[in-house]
Design a protein around this ligand. Structure first.
Ligand SMILES: [Zn+2]
Length: 583
């Protein structure tokens, strides 16, 4: 029965009025409900109460803040908008869906399709159109992991400024100092820190100013601000970082520090001129995120002992490899902090200096004025160092100096661009390092990736699908004994059978199901056997053989033990170890 007929039946409107409403619905293409609300015949909640009674379906009230992101994402935003339906809770594989038009066959079809695709069953309730709209608005907000701060921001915008861009530097300067702009920038920064974003991008698009956050390695869109405040927002950030606000044609770098939630946070700012105007990228240097303690890196079992052993020695080169964003710097900082004791002179050469660590002499290279890695390294060696950290070995000269430093009684740490540990020695040879010098200097090669860590509050246990169970079993079968033991230890502590965990999402983790990241590692040690290979035939095949002989766990194997331990998901590990070599 049509809702208009229900109103007639309840004596709220007469048949004539009903006819007019039907006609309006037909001619306008609106739903009867929309026409009734537009004509203000009855209030929205009353109308939907009647509808619920007629459909024998409960009418639910849901607050946006109660919906975890993982649940919300089970129905794509576009489908939710178009079919007027939104998921609001999930229990034991059943998804609770709020629908405005549950009687609509097209919406029913769409839901069936999504349920098949997403492998869930659904339970439908009726919700008010206004509830749906406010939930849809939450979609973006939730995705950014921030909640209130963004609302504040939007209110600030609504309160508004003059509807035009400032003309001239003087007017820009005045605007930048005004409360809404300073407050807006503060809100963006606070939101990033509270949402645990690692980077903030403020970038002009054709007709707006977009703010994006990188969370656990992924970039999330987007808060859209009016384009007219582009200049003012960017200038405010530049003032904070002590950059020239009247220079927008060339890139500038700077940093600033501020206290958020009683925590001193550093922000590293870099500007970049684009065709659409200046863009700003801000790296959030939250010490809670970037300065992990040694124990929290994810080094376990044999890996942990190898690193501990190597840093006890008086000299030797430790190289960490992995792509950008794989956590190399975090690992190096964590190790440096272990070595950071009175009586040890630690000097670092970085590009750029990320976290400032009390007690370590950190120096920033400035290639543009001739102070590059080689120049800096020569200088460092005159500073009587015990431990040296060099940001990256990327040229022959740095490679040769790093090797030289390790040979002359220093512990040297650096990073190198190779996919895995097997490639480290060939890469050093490529950079012209003499093979006779590699065997006595190189102590450890570490390769790593970052995987997202499951939120302990909400992760859910699951029996793995057949394919996954097989994959895990196969990988463990060929893993070295020490890895098999670690896996058995993890499994022995639990009930029988392999189980893995999946992310769910709760308030604690902002609905993502994940909380922070952890490293997966592989570590190759210099042994007499490896020394011989380096001297005779350092091919990747021979080095891989030696890795196997050492009982080295590959990053994938290390990751799988972490999956069995419920630390991360199998998807995370497989994604990060796609290109992995098979030993
Ligand atoms: Zn959680």
């Amino acid at each position: 029965m049509n809702i208009i007929q229900i109103l007639v039946q309840k004596n709220i409107i007469d048949k004539e009025k009903a006819g007019l409403l039907q006609e309006e619905a037909r001619s306008s293409g609106l739903k009867p409900e929309e026409v009734i609300l537009k004509e203000k015949i009855v209030a929205e909640d009353f109308l939907f109460q009647l509808k619920g009674e007629a459909l024998k379906m409960p009418l639910v009230q849901v607050a946006p803040k109660d919906i975890p992101l993982k649940v919300l994402e089970l129905i794509p935003e576009d489908s939710a908008k178009y079919y007027r339906m939104i998921p609001f809770a999930k229990q034991d594989g059943t998804l609770d869906i709020g629908m405005v038009y549950p009687e609509d066959p097209k919406a029913q079809e769409a839901l069936k399709f999504l349920a098949r695709q997403g492998n869930f069953s659904s339970r439908v309730s009726l919700i008010l159109p206004s509830t749906l709209d406010s939930l849809l608005r939450q979609y973006r907000t939730l995705k950014e992991g921030g909640t209130q701060a963004l609302q504040e921001l939007e209110e600030e915008i609504k309160r508004g400024w003059e509807d035009r861009a400032p003309s001239g530097l003087a007017e820009l300067q005045r605007l930048v100092e005004e409360a809404p702009i300073t407050k807006m920038v503060a809100v963006i920064l606070r939101n990033a820190v509270e949402g645990k974003a690692s980077d903030i991008h403020i970038e002009p698009t054709k007709d707006s100013l977009r703010v994006r956050f990188r969370l656990l390695g992924e970039l999330y869109s987007s808060l859209l601000l009016p384009k007219r405040i582009h200049g003012a927002i960017i200038s405010r950030v530049k003032i904070l970082a002590n950059l020239k606000i009247d220079e927008a044609r060339i890139p500038q770098d700077g940093r600033f520090s501020t206290t958020i939630d009683e925590k001193a946070i550093d922000f590293r700012v870099s500007t970049f001129p684009t065709a659409l105007g200046e863009k700003v990228a801000i790296r959030v240097l939250d010490p809670d995120v970037g300065l992990k303690s040694f124990e929290k890196l994810g080094l376990e079992g044999t890996n942990l002992s190898l690193v501990k052993e190597a840093i006890q020695r008086a000299f030797g080169l430790i190289l960490v490899t992995g792509p950008t964003g794989s956590g190399k710097t975090t690992t190096l900082y964590a190790i440096l902090r272990v070595l950071n004791k009175e009586g040890t002179n630690i000097v670092s050469l970085e590009d750029p200096v990320e976290y400032l660590i009390e007690g370590i002499n950190q120096s920033q290279v400035r290639p543009e004025i001739g102070y590059d890695f080689p120049q800096g390294l020569r200088q460092i060696l005159r500073q009587d160092p015990d431990v040296i950290m060099v940001g990256e070995v990327r040229d022959e000269e740095t490679a040769s100096l790093v090797i030289h430093s390790a040979l002359t009684g220093h512990i040297v740490f650096s990073t190198l661009h190779t996919n895995n540990v097997i490639g480290v020695i060939p890469r050093l040879l490529d950079m012209g390092v003499d093979r006779y010098l590699i065997s006595p200097s190189l102590a450890l090669a570490i390769s790593q990736r970052l995987v997202r860590r499951l939120c302990d509050r909400c992760k859910e246990k699951q029996d793995p699908a057949k394919g996954i169970a097989d994959l895990i079993e196969k990988e463990m079968e060929r893993a070295p004994l020490n890895v098999q033991k670690r896996a058995a230890l993890v499994l022995g502590a639990k009930e029988k059978g392999v189980s893995i965990f999946i992310p769910k999402g709760c308030k604690e983790c902002g609905g993502s199901g994940f909380s922070g990241r952890i490293g997966i590692f592989e570590i190759l040690k210099m042994t007499p056997e490896l020394q011989e290979i380096v001297l005779k035939d350092p091919s990747e095949t021979n080095i891989a053989k030696e890795a196997k002989r050492q009982g080295m766990a590959t990053m994938r194997q290390d990751g799988i033990v972490k999956v069995l331990d419920g630390v991360t998901t199998i998807e995370e590990v497989l994604r990060e170890t796609r290109e992995e070599h098979n030993l």
